[in-house]
Design a protein around this ligand. Structure first.
Ligand code: ZN
Length: 259
C-alpha cells in the first residue's frame, strides 16, 4: 500500500519527467478513478498546459498546472504513478494517461478506492485537505508532542491521517518497533522524553524509506520479517506477535515492545 515514501517517489517521477513540458493529451481509460470531474473536462482543462513543481502532503500528490487548476492524486491501497518513455505497451490497470512529446505519465490503480481530482485553486485545495493532519516528515517535535495525546491506542492514532499525514500500516509498525513501544498503549501514557524519542525514530525511518521510495523489506527491519508466519525480531530473536489494532494487521516484538 502506498505510504508517504512511495508517494514521495511518485512526486519525484512527476518532477523529473513532466514539469514544464506541454501536456499533449490526457487519455482516460477508466473514468471510475475520476472524482468530481469528467473525462472531457479533465482533458479540456489540461491539454496544452504544463505542470508546475509538484508537492506532497501525507499520501496526497498535489500537481498544480501553470496558471490553471490543480490535479490532486491519491493512490489508495494499490495505486502508482509511472513514467513510460515512448510507446511502451500500456498495462492492465492504467487508468489515466498524461501524454507528453517524449513519453507518458501513467496513473495506475487496481482497486480504484481513491482517485484523481481536479480543483480550481488554493481555496478549493484547502477545503479538500482540511481534514488532513500535518505531514509526518515535516512535523516539528513540539507539534508532534501535542498530537500524541488522549486515550487512543498509539498505533490507531499514528495511522489516522487527520492526526498525522503519511504513515500507513507498515511504517507505523516499523517506527513503533524501533522506538520499542507497544502499539496498544494509550498515547497519553507516554512521557515527553519517550515522545521525543518516537519523533526521532519516525524521522530516521522516514528518511531511509524516502530514499528507497518504499518501506524497504530489509531483514534488519521489522518490515522484512513481518510476513513470515513465525518471523523473529531482527533485534532480539523473539518470535514476533501478530494481532489487530484498530482493525489493522499489526506486528510487534513482545520482548522489545512489552504491553
Ligand atoms: Zn525484539
Amino acid at each position: 500500500m502506498p505510504e508517504l515514501p512511495d508517494v514521495e517517489g511518485f512526486r519525484r517521477v512527476l518532477a523529473a519527467h513532466a514539469v514544464g513540458k506541454r501536456i499533449e493529451d490526457v487519455v482516460v481509460l477508466d473514468d471510475g478513478v475520476l472524482r468530481g470531474v469528467g473525462a472531457r473536462r479533465l482533458r479540456e482543462e489540461l491539454r496544452n498546459q504544463r505542470f508546475a513543481e509538484p508537492r506532497r502532503l501525507g499520501k496526497w500528490l498535489i500537481a498544480p498546472v501553470d496558471g490553471g487548476p490543480v490535479v490532486v492524486l491519491h493512490f489508495g491501497m494499490t495505486g502508482s504513478f509511472d513514467w513510460a518513455p515512448g510507446a511502451d505497451e500500456r498495462r492492465k490497470h492504467d487508468r489515466v494517461i498524461f501524454v507528453f512529446g517524449d513519453g507518458e505519465l501513467r496513473y495506475r490503480d487496481m482497486r480504484k478506492l481513491q482517485g484523481l481530482r481536479l480543483v480550481d485553486g488554493d481555496a478549493e485545495l484547502e477545503r479538500l485537505l482540511a481534514d488532513t493532519g500535518p505531514d509526518a516528515l515535516a512535523v516539528s517535535r513540539d507539534r508532534f508532542r501535542e498530537l500524541l495525546d488522549g486515550r487512543r491506542q498509539l498505533k490507531a492514532l499514528l495511522t489516522d491521517q487527520s492526526v498525522l499525514a503519511g504513515l500507513g500500516n507498515l511504517l507505523v509498525d516499523e517506527i513503533l518497533w524501533r522506538a520499542k513501544l507497544n502499539p496498544h498503549v494509550p498515547a497519553a501514557s507516554l512521557d515527553a522524553e519517550v515522545v521525543d524519542a518516537l519523533h526521532r525514530e519516525m524521522r530516521k525511518v522516514l528518511r531511509s524509506a524516502v530514499k528507497a521510495e518504499r518501506v524497504p523489506p530489509r531483514t534488519s527491519w521489522l518490515t522484512g520479517r513481518r510476513d513470515e508466519p513465525s518471523g523473529s525480531c531482527p533485534r532480539c530473536g523473539t518470535t514476533l506477535e501478530h494481532g489487530r489494532v484498530g482493525g489493522r494487521g499489526t506486528v510487534w516484538c513482545p520482548r522489545c515492545q512489552p504491553g
